[in-house]
Ligand binder design. Structure first.
Ligand code: SF4
Length: 353
C-alpha cells in the first residue's frame, strides 16, 4: 500500500492493505450504445482515522467508485471486477443482505443533496433514531436520546426540540448537518462523503468540514471525500487520488500532490482553480476540451487529446501506450521524472502565484 506522511503530522500506517482496500476495480455499465467502462483498474487504500480525497471532473468515475464500494450500483446493468475489501471482508461477492448490514452500520455515506437522504414524511429525530435501532437493537427511547445527542454533536441548537422537526423546517446547512448525524449515528468505520458541501455557502461549508474533522478525531473514522474542489481537499484530506476518465492518474499525500504535482491533468486542475490572492483581472485557465466519452475512450493516455505536453514525450507514445500508475507516490504519465519537475517549476508554478 501507499506509504504516506501527512505534512507536519504522524506517519501513516503501513501494511499490506488499508482498512478499505480496493484492487484493480473495474466497473462496466451495459448501455444501449454498448459497454461503458466507468472505472478502469483502480487501486487504493484508506486507513482508519485518515481521509482520502478523490478529485476529478464530472464523469471521472469518482462517484461510481464509491457507489460501488457501498453496493449501490444496479446489479442488472453493472459488471464489477476486482476486489473491494473492508476490514478483511470481500464486498464484491457479498450478498445484498450482507451489504445492507454494512450500510449505515459500518459504512455510511453523505450526499451532496440532503433531500436525497432525508424523507420529507418523518421527523429528523426519527430518521436518525431508526438506523440506530435497526443496527444496534436499542430501544425506541434510547435511540431517540441518541438521535438528540447526535444532533447536538453536529451543532444543531436545541436538539431535543429540533429533533421533532421535519426536514422542510431545517435550513440547507442544518439539513446537511442532520444528514451527517444520520450517517454517523452508528459510529461507522468508513464514511464516504460525495461533494457534501458543494451546495452550501462558504461559511457553512467551513463549519461542516470542521465538524467532519472533529467527528473523525472522535470516532477514528476512515473518510473517502469526493470533490472537484482542490481547496476543500487541501483542507480535509491526508492523501489524494486524482481521477481522469475512469482511471487514477496521480496519487500521493496532500502535501506531495499539491506542492509538487506531476501529472499534466493535475496541473490543469490547479491552474483552473480560483485563488483568493490572485488578481481579479487574471482570467482562470480552464483545461481545454472536455472529458472524453467512456463509450469510446481515447487510445493510449486518455488525457492526450487535451494535453499540452504530449509533444515533449516524443513519438506517438502518448497516443498508443497507456501510462501505468505505480504503487505509492506516483503519476501515470510518460514524461520523465526530471521533465515533470522542470515543467512544474518553470512553467506551471509561476502561473499559480
Ligand atoms: Fe500528457 Fe502524454 Fe503525460 Fe498523457 S502521458 S499526460 S498525454 S504527456
Amino acid at each position: 500500500m501507499t506509504t504516506v506522511t501527512k505534512a507536519g503530522g504522524a506517519p501513516a500506517p503501513t501494511g499490506p492493505g488499508g482498512f478499505l482496500s480496493v484492487r484493480d476495480l473495474q466497473v462496466t455499465f451495459s448501455t444501449e450504445d454498448g459497454p461503458v467502462r466507468a472505472v478502469d483498474g483502480l487501486s487504493f487504500d484508506v486507513d482508519r482515522g485518515r481521509t482520502l480525497g478523490i478529485v476529478g471532473e464530472s464523469g471521472s468515475g469518482k462517484s461510481v467508485t464509491n457507489l460501488t464500494v457501498l453496493g449501490l450500483h444496479d446489479p442488472l446493468f453493472t459488471t464489477i471486477d476486482g476486489e473491494i475489501v473492508l476490514d478483511g471482508k470481500e464486498l464484491v461477492t457479498a450478498t445484498e443482505k450482507e451489504l445492507e448490514q454494512l450500510r449505515g452500520n459500518r459504512v455510511a455515506m453523505i450526499f451532496q443533496d440532503p433531500l436525497t437522504a432525508l424523507s420529507p414524511f418523518y421527523t429528523i429525530g426519527r430518521q436518525i433514531a431508526e438506523p440506530y435501532m435497526k443496527h444496534t437493537g436499542a430501544s425506541k427511547k434510547a435511540a431517540w436520546e441518541r438521535a438528540v445527542e447526535m444532533l447536538g454533536k453536529v451543532g444543531i441548537p436545541n436538539p431535543a426540540e429540533r429533533a421533532r422537526d421535519y426536514p422542510h423546517q431545517f435550513s440547507g446547512g442544518m439539513r446537511q448537518r442532520a444528514m451527517i448525524a444520520m450517517a454517523l449515528v452508528c459510529d461507522p468505520d468508513l464514511l464516504i462523503a460525495d461533494e457534501p458541501t458543494t451546495a452550501l455557502d462558504v461559511t457553512v461549508q467551513a463549519q461542516i468540514l470542521d465538524l467532519l474533522k472533529d467527528l473523525q478525531r472522535e470516532f477514528g473514522t476512515a473518510i473517502v471525500f469526493i470533490t472537484h474542489d482542490l481547496g476543500v481537499i487541501a483542507d480535509m484530506a491526508d492523501d489524494i487520488m486524482v481521477m481522469y476518465a475512469g482511471r487514477a492518474v496521480e496519487r500521493g499525500t496532500v502535501d506531495e500532490v499539491l506542492r509538487a504535482p506531476r501529472h499534466p491533468y493535475t496541473w490543469g486542475l490547479l491552474n483552473s482553480m480560483p485563488r483568493l490572492d490572485s488578481d481579479l483581472a487574471t482570467p482562470l485557465e480552464p483545461i481545454p476540451g472536455t472529458p472524453p466519452s467512456l463509450l469510446t475512450p481515447p487510445s493510449g493516455c486518455r488525457f492526450h487529446p487535451r494535453c499540452a505536453f504530449r509533444d515533449r514525450v516524443g513519438g506517438d507514445r502518448c497516443v498508443t501506450e497507456s501510462p501505468a500508475l505505480a504503487p505509492g507516490r506516483s503519476s501515470a504519465c510518460h514524461l520523465g521524472a526530471e521533465q515533470k519537475r522542470t515543467i512544474f517549476a518553470e512553467e506551471i508554478r509561476p502561473r499559480l502565484g
